[in-house]
Design a binder for this molecule. Structure first.
Ligand code: C5P
Length: 235
């Protein structure tokens, strides 16, 4: 039986947040942002280990207490220049330590998606368990899409039929994911699925919801706070 591993690339600086502290450590619901993803992933009964990939120069991680995740958490300080580099380096480090087998499932999740729920995660695991290729959480695009020129003038309205917004976790077998990321080492890919697609495979889109959004801009933090607060109130 394959094992399930989560991998959180957390080596970004989050420059679009306009803060000196990297985004994954910004305070959210009384915890550093990455805590919330870690909490959901570590509590999942099917996931055996959660690997966090930090930037080699990261000094912030070690200033927090992560002991409640001790039985599942593994930390590698091998983050790279891009998200894809961080994921690839983390996968290679896990293999070097004999942690993972080629047929194991890897769930890559952004540190900056703190509103992932246990039920979204279980849905992904359940719907992809027997899948050949793997897939990802995603939502159909809701807004009308405009293509713009360099002066932000509309040049076209794009049909949104069949268009989805990719989220994470993105779940692939180790063997497929590492090969995909090795193949695309110098290409500007922004998620794991696109690397897998370039191998000619078709990852499956698993319906999620917009609350699993990526905290990217300063105003996103308040929305994430409201969502987490609202969940706590209704627990
Ligand atoms: O910057 P962005 O929001 O796209 O980052 C998505 C995820 O990738 C974040 O969890 C971030 O920490 C991670 N990342 C990384 N290494 C990089 C850049 C981003 O692990 N060099």
């Amino acid at each position: 039986m394959p094992n399930y591993f989560a991998l959180i690339p957390a080596a970004g600086s989050g420059s679009r947040m306009e803060q000196s502290l990297p985004k994954q450590y910004l305070s959210l619901h009384e915890k550093p942002m990455i805590f919330h993803s870690l909490n959901v992933l570590c509590q999942n009964q099917f996931i055996s280990k959660v690997i966090v990939v930090l930037a080699p120069e990261d000094k912030h991680w070690f200033t927090y207490d992560w002991s409640e995740f001790n039985d599942k958490l593994l930390v590698f300080t091998c983050g790279g220049a891009t998200r894809a580099d961080s994921v690839r380096n983390g996968l290679l480090a896990a293999k070097q330590d004999n942690l993972v087998n080629t047929q194991d499932w890897i769930l890559v999740h952004d540190a900056a998606r703190p509103c992932l729920t246990a039920s979204q995660l279980n849905k992904l695991l359940h719907e992809l368990a027997g899948d050949e290729t793997g897939g990802l959480l995603a939502v159909p695009v809701a807004d009308t899409l405009k293509r713009a020129d360099s002066e932000n003038r509309v040049t076209a309205t794009e049909p949104r039929e069949h268009l989805w917004q990719a989220q994470t976790p993105q779940m692939f077998r180790y063997e497929i994911l590492i090969q995909a990321l090795q193949n695309t080492a110098n290409k500007p890919i922004t998620d794991d699925a696109s690397a897998v697609e370039l191998m000619g495979l078709s990852p499956k889109l698993i319906m999620s919801d917009t609350q699993n959004f990526k905290v990217t801009y300063p105003q996103d933090l308040a929305l994430a706070e409201l969502i987490l607060q609202n969940r706590k109130t209704h627990d």
